[in-house]
Design a protein around this ligand. Structure first.
Ligand SMILES: Cc1cc2nc3c(=O)[nH]c(=O)nc-3n(C[C@H](O)[C@H](O)[C@H](O)COP(=O)(O)OP(=O)(O)OC[C@H]3O[C@@H](n4cnc5c(N)ncnc54)[C@H](O)[C@@H]3O)c2cc1C
Length: 343
């Protein structure tokens, strides 16, 4: 953790190292966030003879919410199929939602099978950036919906935090912002400390006041690889399968099905509220001297083990192909923000 000495107002400015935004080579990647208008979907439904637990539509917050949703899935399965020795469970999808749901089920004594059209590394979850971002998903704003959402966030935060230093790619990080962070706007009270108000941000080339949040960073490539490895070790099978309809799902041998197919849910269970929200990232080479996150209204930059990530685009688009021009613009805007390029 970086620490900025403070007594009321900042007396001494401690300047943190700046990202080298000219470093190369740069990789450009893009993915489609499974955004569901109004709310993510986490509920039980019937499909013929099967009990289906839907768990999809988490927009730009799937990595953030995964454990909370997985524990909730387990509660729903326990309630509808309490005799775990006798109930085979099918988990559809091997993104972060499918992997964490399968992990919780396996730990509780069920033997899930994962059916998926793509392995974890090739999913949207494998594209995600990784900062704890609870605000980038719609949830039911009614008092009940709000209470459930806060429970998911608390369970998820605790579960990520328990995995700090355990090889799941979870780190505590300082987040610096010139204005209150939009991605942390939906935090339940007391989950992380109140942000510290800074008279000056701790960057030589970024003048002006700001905020420091003590938050979590989850590196999706590490998390997904570890979850897949642990599941395989625990005897969970990964079956390559692409479902085109709910009728196809009904042919599975398992009587309980957990639907974690993200945006793919549209093909199986048409849902007009679900749509893609494209995000693009530029990934520069790793810079081990950096250990903080930075974001403003126009974008974000943060270090991971596999590179320094610059991002912050949200567009309604069905095409997951990265556009290098967009990636270069993200870098250029961040250079401007860090005083390394004209506006
Ligand atoms: C650029 C970008 C940055 C992001 N940054 C963050 C972040 O910092 N923090 C955060 O919390 N979230 C972030 N997200 C959002 C996060 O990636 C998603 O919310 C999350 O990955 C959704 O996970 P999922 O398991 O529901 O879906 P997916 O990862 O898409 O997995 C779906 C799985 O279902 C399978 N599948 C789909 N259709 C079918 C079918 N018909 N038959 C069989 N299998 C099927 C797929 O093969 C896949 O295995 C980001 C997303 C993007 C694009």
């Amino acid at each position: 953790m970086t620490s900025v000495p403070q007594a009321g107002w900042l007396r001494h400015r401690v300047h943190l190292p700046l990202p080298d935004l000219d470093a190369g080579p740069v990789r450009f990647i893009a993915g489609l966030r499974p955004k569901r208008r109004g709310s993510y979907r986490l509920e039980v439904a019937r499909q013929g003879q099967k009990t289906v637990v839907h768990n999809y539509g988490h927009g730009g917050a799937g990595i953030t919410l995964c454990w909370g949703c997985a524990e909730e899935v387990l509660d729903l399965v326990r309630a509808s199929a309490p005799d775990r020795q006798l109930v085979p469970v099918a988990v559809l999808g091997a993104g972060v939602m499918g992997l964490t749901a399968a992990t919780c089920l396996r730990e509780a004594g069920y033997l899930p099978t994962l059916y998926t059209s793509a392995l974890p590394v090739a999913t949207t979850s494998g594209i995600a950036g990784g900062p704890w971002s609870p605000s980038l998903v719609d949830h039911d704003p009614s008092p009940v919906g709000q209470a459930i959402f806060e429970r998911l966030l608390r369970r998820s935060f605790d579960a990520h935090e328990r995995r700090l230093g355990q090889g799941f790619g979870v780190f505590r990080r300082d987040l610096y912002t010139p204005v209150p962070s939009l991605s942390l706007a939906k935090l339940p009270p007391g989950l992380i400390p109140e942000p510290e108000q800074l008279e000056e941000l701790p960057f030589a080339t970024v003048p002006g006041p700001g905020f420091r949040y003590d938050t979590l960073m989850i590196e999706p490539p590490i998390l997904l690889a570890r979850l897949e490895q642990d599941l395989r070790k625990a005897g969970v099978r990964f079956e390559s399968r692409h479902f085109r309809s709910a009728a196809e799902v009904e042919t599975l041998p398992e009587s309980v099905v957990i639907n974690c197919t993200g945006l793919g849910s549209r093909e199986i269970w048409p849902d007009e509220r679900l749509h893609p929200l494209k995000g693009q990232l530029a990934i520069l080479p790793p810079q081990p001297g950096l250990d903080y996150l930075f974001s403003d209204q126009r974008g974000y930059v943060f270090p991971r083990s596999d590179g320094v990530v610059v991002g912050g685009t949200y567009t309604y688009d069905e095409d997951p192909t990265p556009d290098p021009e967009v990636g270069r613009r993200l870098i250029q805007e961040m250079k401007h923000r860090f005083g390394q390029a004209p506006g």
